[in-house]
Design a protein around this ligand. Structure first.
Ligand SMILES: [Zn+2]
Length: 194
């Protein structure tokens, strides 16, 4: 059921025409009334589940965390959840768009290395599954910007067979993913202590 015009007006007034997620206010940003817990996930059209939200926050494009003081009369946990869900959705939206770019960044780094054979320059062969392998690194959170240094490290290391170069590079990449995960755990622990 859609939120009635009257209820929408009441929510906007309650929230002082200010986005509850980031504090932006009209008329500098377009505002809308938004469900904290989406209707599709069981959220209701009641005031405790409705907040004023600006367009950027509504679409998950804002990275500003909800201000605790501003959300005193809505369920803060639900609001944090809603923010995270929106960011996750926005990420999903851009995932496919970024995939080719991610592959290309790796490929450029890889093809910047050559070997000479019979007087000709050749690029090193890649494992046939290189793209799906990269997708796994991408899903694990390894940024594309990490690849040029990883490829360089693999190419300049001694004693690695040419046929093992890609696998060797992946080994370096996994170590970096492990470091990322370690750091993420530290951040989570620090947040839980707050
Ligand atoms: Zn906002």
């Amino acid at each position: 059921m859609a939120v009635s015009k009257r209820l929408r007006f009441e929510i906007l007034r309650r929230d002082n025409h200010t986005c509850r997620y980031c504090g932006a206010s009209a008329p500098s940003v377009p505002l809308r009334v938004d469900h904290v817990t989406p209707v599709t996930l069981g959220g209701t059209d009641t005031p405790d589940n409705l907040v004023t939200s600006c367009e950027p926050c509504n679409s998950g494009k804002s990275s500003v965390p909800p201000d605790a003081a501003l959300v005193a009369d809505v369920d803060a946990t639900a609001l944090r959840w809603a923010t995270a869900m929106k960011q996750a959705a926005a990420e999903m939206e851009t995932r496919d768009a970024g995939r080719d770019e991610y592959h290309q960044t790796f490929r450029d780094a890889w093809n910047s290395w050559h070997y000479e054979h019979a007087g000709e320059h050749h690029t090193y062969e890649l494992a046939p599954e290189w793209q799906s392998t990269l997708d796994r690194f991408r899903a694990a959170g390894l940024p594309a910007s990490a690849w040029p240094a990883i490829v360089d490290a693999a190419m300049t290391s001694t004693g690695v067979k040419v046929s093992n170069l890609f696998r060797y590079a992946c080994g370096i990449a996994w170590r970096q993913v492990t470091e990322l995960q370690q750091r993420a755990r530290e951040l989570l622990t620090a947040r839980a202590d707050e």
